[in-house]
Design a protein around this ligand. Structure first.
Ligand code: NAI
Ligand code: DG6
Length: 524
């Protein structure tokens, strides 16, 4: 398989004294403008515009990347793998609605565009594919591998998932059959008991230990060597685990966590062991499930090793709608007073979530997604006031992967009136989640090739280039409960999350943030 040529190289270049292209790098000087707010003696806000000049440096060489999935044999794992194979080979298959061709719909990186600027003569917007703003890896070029506690080959696992059309499956079956997940670590207490019959492909030992960390590290090394990869990104798309208790002395610091693993402490989850192995191995690790994989000790360990981590929980359907709709309602000055969210689904994820402790992890990640928007509107909500919010998930085997999500949004409008919005969202869950896996991996990899230094930052200069903070909050758009660097705010509003992703990438090529002022069309 030949690497897909990067369209970035040919599509555009930035003409500016602040942007320099070398053979190996794009260097940009970027002025970041913010507003600093203080309160004066009489209690009045004082807003002061502030400027910080950053230098960004982007490595232009697109590496050969491996994507290792934990949970490779699950619905998401098999669907994203088949999807990449189908795209790589440009497959077309028959459905009862006619032929369908491989695409990357649902991936913000592969399926959406961003405005480059305004065409000089016609004054019309010029947009470019999101993927081409920086020299990003093409998903067709990802080498897929990973682990599963179920040892089924991926062709059989794809049949078990019951997501894809038989006509598509037939075309990728041969290749998928040759892919068998690596044995994984299985600590039965962390996932539902109803998953036990899948667990036939496990590494010996049922609690955390240093040998498990070392085995996973050598799996990553071997995969890298065998496929001649420059980098590996690892992503957890295995079952939702229960929350781990945060215990002082056990998982509260990096050293305590490493010691707890060494001592075989029972409160260290498989996903945390994977995270630790990846951090030590320097492979970015992303958690697509809701549990608290990133206990404080894991975050500290990542910071110590300058390793990238991101999470938690793919934001695919109901929550994506919620983080867009609630933003709209509250910013329209409408007082949202309750959200009732029901789900039923019949895939293995639903089966696992029918167990109370695993459901609780999902309930937490699905429930906290409107907090920042509510808190920001001090006109509608008093301090501490929240809309009622309930989340229900039921396992209904008959509907399989075709998840049903029913939401009722109830709001107070002008002069005591009410608005009720009811949404019935039906989708193949794994077909929404798979493109998010691709986005998470492509963006996380891109972040390993971006460095910055500040010409002026809080009055001080930073002389050396360095990477972004270990916790990649730039991935928030794809995640329900975005992990952010300790002490920094969580942004849930979907448009703001997209804005952060877009504008940081634009800054790296010296472009101003996307602005919707369009003064060029308003001031003649
Ligand atoms: P699935 O149940 O089909 O797949 C999970 C796979 O993980 C299974 O094959 C299972 O054998 C394997 N597994 C369990 N423990 C493991 C371990 N310790 N090591 C390696 N493999 C292990 O689930 P699905 O639908 O693929 O979802 C995966 C995860 O993504 C779930 O946690 C789900 O809640 C989360 N998620 C899914 C979304 C979607 O739209 N499909 C959206 C948001 C989150
Ligand atoms: C039912 O809620 C099962 C879950 O795994 C969800 O399907 C998944 O978390 C996606 O959630 P959402 O809210 O993004 O549609």
């Amino acid at each position: 398989h030949q690497a897909t040529p990067s369209a970035h190289e040919d599509l555009f270049q930035v003409e500016s004294p602040n942007v320099v292209y070398t053979d190996s790098e794009i260097r940009s000087k970027y002025t970041y403008r913010t507003t600093s707010v203080t309160k004066n003696a009489s209690g009045k806000f004082v807003a002061t515009p502030k400027e910080t000049v950053y230098d960004f440096k982007v490595d232009r060489k697109v590496p050969k990347v491996g994507m290792m999935l934990v949970g490779l044999g699950g619905n998401n794992g098999t669907t994203v793998t088949a999807g990449i194979l189908a795209n790589r080979r440009g497959l077309v298959w028959e459905t009862r609605e006619g032929p369908r061709a491989a695409n990357y719909y649902g991936s913000v990186i592969m399926g959406s565009t961003m405005k480059l600027g305004t065409e000089a003569e016609t004054m019309k917007d010029v947009s470019i594919p999101f993927h081409d703003v920086l020299p990003m890896v093409h998903p067709n070029d990802l080498v897929v591998g990973g682990w599963d506690i179920s040892g089924m080959n991926l062709a059989e696992a794809m049949d078990r998932a019951a997501v894809l059309e038989p006509t598509l499956k037939a075309q990728v079956k041969k290749e998928m059959a040759q892919m068998v997940p690596l044995p994984s670590i299985y600590y039965p207490d962390f996932i539902a008991a109803n998953q036990e019959d899948r667990a036939g492909n496990v590494i010996e030992g049922s609690k955390a230990c240093t040998a498990h960390v070392e085995k996973l590290r050598s799996d990553i090394k071997d995969f890298k060597a065998k496929n001649a990869l420059d980098k590996v990104v690892v992503l957890w798309t295995a079952n939702t685990e229960r929350y781990a208790d945060i215990i002082p002395g056990i998982n509260d610091t990096a050293d305590n966590l490493l010691k707890a693993i060494e001592d075989g402490h029972e409160e260290v989850s498989p996903s945390t062991v994977f995270a630790v192995a990846c951090i030590l191995e320097g492979a970015p690790f992303i958690n697509g499930s809701p549990q608290n994989t990133f206990v404080p000790g894991a975050i500290q360990l990542a910071e110590r090793h300058n390793a990238f981590i991101g999470g938690d929980d793919f934001k695919s359907g109901q929550t994506k709608m919620k983080s867009a709709l609630v933003d709209f309602l509250i910013n329209a000055g409408i007082k949202l007073t309750s959200i009732a969210s029901y789900n039923h689904l019949g895939n293995n994820d639903g089966k696992n979530l029918s167990s109370q402790k695993q459901f609780r992890s999902k309930e937490i990640s699905k429930s906290n997604v409107v907090d920042d928007m509510v808190e920001a509107n001090t006109v509608l909500y008093k301090k501490g006031e929240h809309p009622d919010h309930t989340v229900v998930i039921k396992y209904m085997p008959a509907v399989g992967d075709n998840k049903r999500a029913l939401d009722e949004y109830y709001a107070e409008i002008f002069l005591g009136g009410h608005q009720t919005i009811s949404i019935f969202n039906v989708c193949e869950d794994s077909l929404l989640a798979s493109p998010l896996i691709i986005d998470l991996v492509v963006v996380a990899e891109m972040m390993t090739r971006i460095q910055w230094k500040a010409s002026s930052r809080n009055g001080a200069e930073t002389n050396e280039y360095r990477g972004f903070h270990s916790v990649l909050s730039i991935l928030s758009y794809m995640l329900k409960a975005p992990l952010t660097p300790p002490g920094t705010p969580v942004i849930n509003a979907l448009a703001k999350q997209r804005g952060a992703l877009t504008n940081i990438f634009r800054a790296c090529v010296g472009l101003e943030p996307e602005s919707d002022m369009t003064l060029e069309h308003k001031l003649f």
